[in-house]
Design a protein around this ligand. Structure first.
Ligand SMILES: NC(=O)c1ccc[n+]([C@@H]2O[C@H](COP(=O)([O-])OP(=O)(O)OC[C@H]3O[C@@H](n4cnc5c(N)ncnc54)[C@H](O)[C@@H]3O)[C@@H](O)[C@H]2O)c1
Ligand SMILES: [Zn+2]
Length: 378
């Protein structure tokens, strides 16, 4: 395998992956529409991500929602890494058709081409997400392993944000989410990721094309968009702190995520591409550790020279989950994946890089207002 098509290859994960694969001798073609939400209105000057790959790859400016763009992109490729997607969890709750069109229909078009035309694709990798787990895996003292439902609005209004046992309602102990955990996304974004993953694995198997889905946890690091207000809390908080603005920590600050550094995500994805023995498998990609949002904010405040202060507001967004962290033993076993960058090191690298960037405007307030108007943010 030499020629790799990366959809969304100008994005955060895609551009880093492209550069690493080029270093390893691969030829990279990118299909990307340079979405303004990620790349700004004039990517040549507003998108460092695009600029990092534009001269080193064959870029097809087009959309995964266009069959003719896909046909052009797939020609002569050996493998597809399908990353192009709309990625905002909150935004997906009111831009429903757009999320389904790009994420689900985009994948359907790709699979239609593979099923119905002559092609040279020998492997498909698709970016899935921890979002498909919804509220992850927990233990109830009485009912052992349980998968809590979406949290209920009235509990959250009363400041009680923890997940409850779906059988007896009692408080739970959080467990790492394994790949065989229940799939029950709590956002349209999560639903589209579940669909993408199942479609690729099902059709891949039927056509005899090895396929892998990676369920990435929260990916962060050098190069991530500092202007997209719809996703990436590290970017959002950093941008606010550099402007000395106040930070609104939602819920009670104890909500947690598994933050995985971009280099580790790139390495896991390449291990999947190059592995000849695994096919039709899904892998979690994370660090296997949960960090609370409050602890992340504390660390960021230490790193930046800022007068920002935070308040723990009790606000919440419908569709957000409470906690999630990955069990990564499957990727360790089959792909020899071992995350090398812990949160402390990763945040140092990230914040040092942020300090060198031009100050970005980030319409975070606008993104919250869009949700507030629709009663999705309370
Ligand atoms: N970053 C994370 O934390 C994370 C976590 C879980 C899963 N993922 C998944 O990984 C993939 C890559 O995420 P990312 O963080 O690099 O996102 P990103 O937004 O930085 O990159 C996505 C890229 O896709 C492009 N794109 C959007 N719509 C398109 C369309 N219709 N046609 C062609 N290109 C289009 C964008 O221009 C962008 O370059 C996505 O599928 C995302 O769902 C990311
Ligand atoms: Zn119980």
């Amino acid at each position: 395998m030499k020629n790799i098509l990366i959809t969304g290859g100008a994005g955060f994960i895609g551009s880093n992956l492209s550069l690493k694969l080029i270093e390893k001798g691969y030829q990279i073609t990118i299909l990307d529409n340079l979405s303004p939400q990620i790349h700004g209105n004039n990517p040549n000057s507003t998108s460092p991500l695009y600029n990092s790959v534009k001269e080193k790859t064959n870029i097809i400016l087009g959309s995964v929602t266009s069959k003719s763009d896909w046909i052009k992109a797939i020609e002569n490729q050996d493998a597809i890494i399908h990353l192009a997607a709309e990625t905002g969890t909150g935004q997906s709750m009111y831009e429903i058709q757009k999320y389904c069109d790009v994420n689900v229909m985009g994948t359907a078009i790709m699979l239609d081409i593979l099923a119905n035309t002559k092609h040279s694709i020998q492997k498909i990798i698709v970016a899935s997400s921890r979002a498909i787990y919804g509220e992850g895996k927990y233990e109830c003292q009485e009912h052992s392993i349980v998968y809590p439902n979406e949290r209920n609005d009235s509990d959250m209004q009363n400041g009680d944000f923890e997940c409850k046992c779906p059988i007896c309602g009692s408080n739970l102990v959080l467990l790492p989410t394994t790949e065989n955990s229940k799939i029950h996304p709590s956002s349209i974004y999560g639903i589209t990721k579940q669909n993408q993953e199942q479609m690729v694995l099902t059709v891949g198997k039927a056509l005899g094309i090895p396929a892998i889905a990676f369920r990435y946890q929260n990916v962060y690091g050098v190069g991530q968009s500092l202007s997209n207000p719809y996703t990436g809390i590290l970017s959002i908080f950093s941008t606010l702190m550099l402007k000395n603005k106040s930070i609104n920590i939602f819920e009670d600050g104890n909500e947690s995520r598994d933050f995985v550094y971009i280099d580790d995500v790139v390495n896991a994805t390449i291990a999947g591409l190059e592995n000849d023995t695994v096919s039709n498998m899904v892998f979690n990609v994370g660090t296997g550790k949960a960090e609370t949002v409050k602890s992340i904010v504390d660390t960021l405040l230490e790193k930046y020279n800022t007068s920002s202060q935070y308040s723990i507001s009790g606000n919440y967004r419908l569709g957000d989950i409470r906690h999630n962290f990955a069990d990564i033993s499957l990727a360790k076993k089959h792909l020899k994946f071992n995350p090398a960058i812990d949160i402390k090191t990763g945040l140092s690298k990230f914040t040092e890089w942020v300090k060198l960037q031009d100050t970005h405007s980030c319409d975070y307030e606008k993104s919250l207002n869009e949700m507030r108007e629709r009663k999705l943010f309370k």
